[in-house]
Design a binder for this molecule. Structure first.
Ligand code: NAD
Length: 328
């Protein structure tokens, strides 16, 4: 732990969520005093935060209570979030824009008033234009390709709006903001069932639940491509960005691109199960997406390198335990 990090105060908004709860643990390990805020406590572990406020960041009064001092670092991760089934169905568009927009407007205002040290904002790969992600073998997600903007979801549009909200406060009010665009973060203690889970967790669950020789279902033809970043590497990127002079936005993602079929095969391989794949209709998102890591390498002298297989192995083992525990 660096001497200068001793007793530094951090605020994690969205501390009851997947990335937020892991971030709280990481900051505690680094010696920070941490306050967490969320609508709920973490689902799968007890928060390690020194203080935890359960409340709604859409509410200005709650925001005043949560951001009541000059924190050294604020991490804004709270958002109305979900897996592909939630974001891309279209049924939740108004909620997503309204809820996340309000949270970000409230948070930036309070951080400005209190003069917080540094403010991190988690944007998303979902801001990249749909037309650059039609070829599954060659998607373009370089940071500068974000404009002219054409995200394929309202979730992406809200993230883009909020990036600009934070950047304009950096320009006009000198606020020290740092912005990352996360690309499919996964790992243990993330949502693994119920419809809001992402592809790696869904795949691990399906494989863990299937009987040897059985089958699992995949949305679409499985030829759509993605990359997936393990939670520990995501947090390493966030911490490095916060300690750097670079404002961003910068991708924090893996550049090990795989098809969804290959992801399923990987989960089967890790589980040592042979299953067949049945392709069914479902919400898909863009055809191809991969993290472009040129800018992060250039600005931070670092990029994620852990093989996907290692992350899937730890995640599978945790989800397999959850599946076993959930059996009657
Ligand atoms: P998550 O859903 O697990 O965490 C978000 C948290 O925000 C939840 O615990 C939720 O309760 C909380 N929240 C929502 N509305 C709130 C409100 N009104 N007041 C207080 N808390 C509220 O999601 P996550 O995967 O941990 O993602 C964290 C951030 O990173 C989000 O902003 C998300 O958009 C962004 N992101 C995540 C990924 C990913 O792959 N996980 C990818 C791109 C961007």
């Amino acid at each position: 732990m660096a001497q200068s990090d001793r007793n530094r105060k951090a605020l994690v908004l969205g501390a009851g969520g997947f990335i937020g709860s892991h971030l709280v643990s990481r900051l505690k390990k680094e010696g920070y005093w941490v306050r967490g805020v969320d609508l709920k406590q973490p689902d799968f572990s007890k928060s390690e935060a020194d203080e935890f406020i359960v409340g709604d960041l859409r509410d200005q009064a709650l925001c005043r209570e949560a951001i009541d001092q000059k924190f050294d670092e604020v991490y804004q991760l709270a958002a109305d979030m979900g897996g592909a089934g939630f974001i891309f169905s279209g049924d939740n568009d108004a909620e997503i824009m309204h809820n996340s927009g309000l949270i970000n407007l409230n948070v930036v205002e309070r951080c400005k008033v209190e003069g917080v040290g540094r403010l991190f904002y988690s944007s998303s790969a979902c801001i990249y234009p749909e037309h650059n992600q039609l070829d599954p073998d060659n998607p373009n997600c370089a940071e500068e390709s974000a404009y002219p903007a054409n995200p394929d979801s309202e979730y992406g549009w809200e993230k883009l709006f909020s990036e600009r909200l934070f950047l304009s406060h950096h320009r006009n009010h000198g606020m020290e903001v740092r912005i990352a665009r996360f690309h499919n973060i996964f790992g243990p203690m993330g949502t693994w069932c119920g419809g809001r889970e992402k592809a790696p967790a869904a795949m691990c669950r399906k494989v863990a639940e299937a009987e040897e020789g059985g089958e699992i279902e995949i949305w679409g033809d499985g030829k759509q491509t993605r990359s997936f970043l393990y939670i520990d590497e995501c947090l390493e990127g966030v911490r490095r960005l916060m300690q750097s002079d670079f404002v961003g936005p910068v991708n924090i993602g893996s550049d090990e691109m795989v098809t969804i079929n290959a992801l399923a095969e990987l989960a089967m391989d890790v589980a040592d199960k042979k299953l067949s794949i049945r392709h069914i209709e479902g919400p898909l998102g863009v055809r191809g997406r991969n993290s472009d890591n040129q800018l992060i390498s250039e600005k931070l002298g670092w990029k994620p390198t852990q093989p996907l297989r290692d992350g899937i192995a730890s995640t599978y083992s945790w989800i397999e335990d959850c599946v076993t525990a959930a059996k009657p």
